[in-house]
Design a protein around this ligand. Sequence first.
Ligand code: S3P
Length: 429
Amino acid sequence: MTSLKLKTNITSLNGEITIPGDKSISHRSVMFGSIAHGETKVSNFLPGEDCLSTISCFRKLGVTIEESDGQLRIIGKGFEGLIEPTEVLDVGNSGTTIRLLMGILAGRPFFSSLVGDESIGKRPMTRVTNPLSELGARIDGRKNGSFTPISIRGGELKPVNYQLPVASAQVKSALILAGLQADGQSVIIEPEETRDHTERMIIKFGGEIHKDNQQIIVKGGQKLTGTTIHVPGDISSAAFFLVAGAIIPGSEVVLKNVGLNPTRTGIIEVMQKMGADLKIVQDEESSFEPIGDLIIKTSNLKGTVVEGDLIPKLIDEIPIIALLATQAEGTTIIKDAEELKVKETNRIDTVVHELKKLGAKIEATDDGMIIHGKSPLNGGTVSSHGDHRIGMMLAIAALLCEEKTELDNPEAISVSYPNFFDHLNSLIN
Ligand code: S3P
C-alpha cells in the first residue's frame, strides 16, 4: 500500500475542469449496448476501474466491445446473444456491476459465477438474490447466498411484482433488467425515487417503460436496438470540486459538462440551502440526460439538515457534504442514511473516523452523522480505507489543513476518477 503527500494550506482554487463521464451511466451504456441488437457507440465513457470491470464481464459473456480514447463500440446480439462464460466474472470493487449483472444473468439459460474484491465480499447481495430467486433464477453464494462468490443458473422468469424494501437504484435496475426478460408485465415499487438512468436507457434504446410516481411498469420480451450515447460528466465527481470551491477562500471554479439529472442533484439543493454561491448554466439541447455547467465561488455557509427523500439523490455525496459541514457555521445533521453502512466502506464510520483525525467536530449516529462547524483542520495521516470517495474527500480536506497531511491507499480513487489529482492540481495557483 502506498501513501501520498497531499497538498495543504491552499489559498485559493481557480480555473475550469471538464468533469469525466458518469459512472452509473457508463456502466449502463455497456450493459444496454450488450443486450440490444446492433451497434452502440458511446462517447465520454468513464475509464475508471469499476466501468472497466463491467467491460471485462461482458467480453467474457461473448460481447464484442472495442475501446479507445473514451469511445466504445459495442456489438450487441440481444439477451439471447450472451454466452455461458468459461471464466469467473470478476466485478472488482463495483456494486453496480454485480447487482445489475445478476438481473441480466437471472434470465439467461446458463451458469455463471461472480466474484469481486474484499469490499464486494462484505456487501449485502440478498437484496438482489432473494427477489431474483423468487422469479425463478437459481442463485447461491457464501453464507446462504448472501455474499460473493455467487453462482447463478438463470432461465425462464416470472414477471416481477415487487416492492423494494430499500431505496436502491441498483436493486431497482436489477429487477428491471430481469423484467425485460420475463414473460409478461412487471411492476416494481420503490419507497423513494432513486436515480433513473436505467429507465432513460430503455427509452434511448427504443424500448418502453412507464413510471407513475414510485411505481415502474415494464413489459417483458422487448427488443432493444443499438444507439449512440454521450455520457454526461459525473455530478458525484463534480461534487468534490463544488465543495472545494465553496470552502477554500477566494476560489472560483467552473465545472463543465456535468450531468444534471434531477434524481442526482441533491448536492446542489443542499449547497444552495447552506448559502453556497453556485450558478447553473443548463444546456437546453440535452434530452437523454440533462447536462450543464456549474460555477462555484467561495461564500459563508450555514449548517442544515439533510434527510428523507433527499438522501437517495445525494447518497454518494455524503462524505464530501460532511466535509462541507465542517466549514459551515452551526450544526449540520445528516439522517435517514443507514445505507451508508453498506457502501464501499461503512461510510458513517470511515467519514467520522478520518475527519476526526484532522480535528473536525463530528459524531456518528445510527443513521448518519452530526457535524459542528466551523472548525479548523490540522492535518495528519489519513486513509481512504480503499474507498474512492473517502480518498477524494480527504484530498479536498487536506487543502485546508495547516500541517503536513498524507493519504494512505490513494490508488482507490481510480475506481471513479482516474485523473482526479491532475484536475485538482490544475486549479491550484
Ligand atoms: C448506483 C446506485 C447507488 C450508488 C452507487 C451507484 C447505480 O447505489 O450509491 O454508487 O449506479 O445504480 P444503491 O442503489 O445501492 O443505493
